[in-house]
Design a protein around this ligand. Sequence first.
Ligand code: 6PG
Length: 235
Amino acid sequence: MIRVLDDANALAHAAARCFVDKARKAVALRGRFVVSLAGGQTPRQTYEWLAKSPYRTLVPWGKVHFFWGDERCVSWDDPRSNYGVARQVMLDHLPLQPAQIHPMRVDIAPEQAAKGYEGELKTFFAGETPCFDLVLLGVGEDGHTASLFPGSSALSETRRWTAIVQRPEESFSRVTLTLPILNQAHHVLFLVTGENKADIFRRMAAGLEEAGRYPAQQVRPEKGDVTWLVDRAAY
Ligand code: 6PG
């Protein structure tokens, strides 16, 4: 489903409402809400709103567990850190216990961080199918999502839940969730704003390229659904 919102702020409110709705339903059904947060700048406003009224008062925060779709291997205090941004604008303002927050480690080698995160997920979902109640994702201008970039070997991972990505133009490595676990989600919510995303969104939405060409198009949950929140500038 595609929903077009007037602007980035309206989109952030729509995303916050969706977060609240999925959280309340998951807690009612399963006693907890397990969410994977998106990185980048787009979700920042959504995170800010979630830490404010009315959304702050509507989520059973004590039952929420936060994971990340990907992370850049930089210090958590680095403005490029996906965990660091979410902590600064949202997590530090909510009544959460440390055990509810599951950042990807950046103080160890990326190989260890990726392996360790997969282990943490397996422990957390002990014995169950690893299934996020909600996965928030952004989209890059090249159609990447999380840190799954076009042509990346991480895209063809069919078994491991995490992968390491090294882009030639970046001095840092990335750790990303892979399609096998992303496609187990109950709900995926893509957040797309800004005219710089209009070309890639139109290509994916209009099927100008063979379906599935772009990584974001390969996020197709087996049993879940995908909603695209797009502002007018990107539509
Ligand atoms: C990352 C993100 C990435 C992001 C897109 C869009 O860590 O880089 O996970 O997938 O969502 O690049 O980024 P913006 O929201 O900043 O445009």
